[in-house]
Design a protein around this ligand. Structure first.
Ligand SMILES: [Zn+2]
Length: 271
C-alpha cells in the first residue's frame, strides 16, 4: 500500500511535469473508485492551470487557483506520466491530458483510490479538516506530542498511527520508528517522557526521510515507464523480521498483534 514516502515520491515526480501546465482534458474510463469520480469533474478541471502540486498526509492536491483536485492512491493506485501514451491497459481508469502533450495516467487495480473536487477552502473538506500535523512540520515536535498524549492510555504504536495526532505514520513506519527510538510499542502513550517523545519524533522523521530518499532513486522510471510502482523496501530493523536476530543486539525479534496489525520489536533494544 502506498504510504507517505510513495505519495511524496509521486508528487516529486509529477510536479515538474504538471505545475505551470494547463489541463486540456480529463478522460474518465471507469469512475468507480472508493467514491465515484464526480461526473462534473472533467468539465471542472478542463482548461485550468495547475498552480502547485501539494501533499497533505497521503492526499495529492492539484491546486487550480482557489480550487483543488484531490487524488488518493488508495491501496494499489499509481500515477505515471507518458509523453506518448500507449494503449490503455486493464485498471487504467483516468487520464489527465496536459497542454504539453504529457498524459498523467491513473492506474488502480483494487479501485480504493479517489479523485474528488474540493472547492475552497480545501483545508476544511471533511477528508482534510481533522488531520493532525505533518511529521516534518516544525509544530510537530516533542512538546506537541507530549501535550497530545497525556490523556492517551492506548499503546504508543496505536497512537502513533492515529491520523488525528500525526499523519503519515503507517504500520511499517510506526514499527521502524519505535525501534529507532528504543521504545516498546505496547507502552501506554501517556507514560512516555518528553525526552523519549523527542527521540520518537526524530526517529519518525529519520525513517520517513530514508524511505523518501530511496524513492528518489525510482524517479527516473516515472515518465514513459509501464512498470508497476515499486513500494520501497528499506532495510528494515524489525518490520517483517519476527524470529530473526536484531540487527543491533542479536536478540530474536518478537511479534505481537495490536489493533489487528502485526507489531515487531526487539525485547532488548525497546523498553
Ligand atoms: Zn536489539
Amino acid at each position: 500500500m502506498p504510504e507517505l514516502p510513495e505519495v511524496e515520491t509521486t508528487r516529486r515526480g509529477l510536479a515538474p511535469l504538471a505545475v505551470g501546465r494547463r489541463i486540456e482534458a480529463m478522460l474518465v474510463y471507469d469512475p468507480r473508485l472508493r467514491w465515484s469520480v464526480p461526473p462534473s469533474l472533467p468539465r471542472r478541471v478542463a482548461g485550468r492551470m495547475i498552480d502547485a502540486l501539494d501533499r497533505r498526509s497521503k492526499y495529492l492536491l492539484f491546486r487550480l487557483a482557489d480550487d483543488t483536485l484531490l487524488v488518493h492512491l488508495g491501496m494499489t493506485g499509481s500515477i505515471r506520466a507518458f509523453t506518448n501514451p500507449p494503449a490503455r491497459r486493464t485498471h487504467d481508469h483516468v487520464d489527465i491530458v496536459l497542454d504539453s502533450g504529457v498524459t498523467l495516467r491513473y492506474h488502480d487495480p483494487r479501485r480504493f483510490g479517489a479523485m474528488l473536487w474540493l472547492p475552497p477552502p480545501a483545508a476544511e473538506h471533511p477528508l482534510l479538516a481533522r488531520l493532525g500535523p505533518e511529521p516534518f512540520d516544525a509544530a510537530c515536535d516533542a512538546a506537541y506530542l507530549w501535550r497530545a498524549t497525556r490523556s492517551r492510555t492506548a499503546a504508543i504504536k496505536l497512537v502513533l498511527m492515529d491520523n488525528h495526532l500525526i499523519v503519515g505514520v503507517g504500520n511499517i513506519y510506526a514499527n521502524e520508528s519505535l525501534f529507532r527510538a528504543g521504545i516498546r510499542p505496547t507502552t501506554p502513550a501517556n507514560r512516555l517522557s518528553r525526552t523519549r517523545l523527542a527521540r520518537l519524533v526524530d526517529a519518525v522523521r529519520a525513517t520517513l526521510t530514508d524511505a523518501i530518499a530511496m524513492g528518489g532513486s525510482t524517479l527516473r522510471d516515472f515518465v514513459d515507464s509501464r512498470g508497476e510502482p515499486g513500494y520501497f523496501q528499506l532495510d528494515y530493523f524489525v518490520y517483517g523480521r519476527q524470529g530473526l536476530p536484531c540487527r543491533v543486539c542479536g536478540s530474536l525479534i518478537r511479534q505481537v498483534r495490536q489493533g489487528g496489525r502485526a507489531t515487531s520489536y526487539c525485547p532488548r533494544c525497546q523498553r
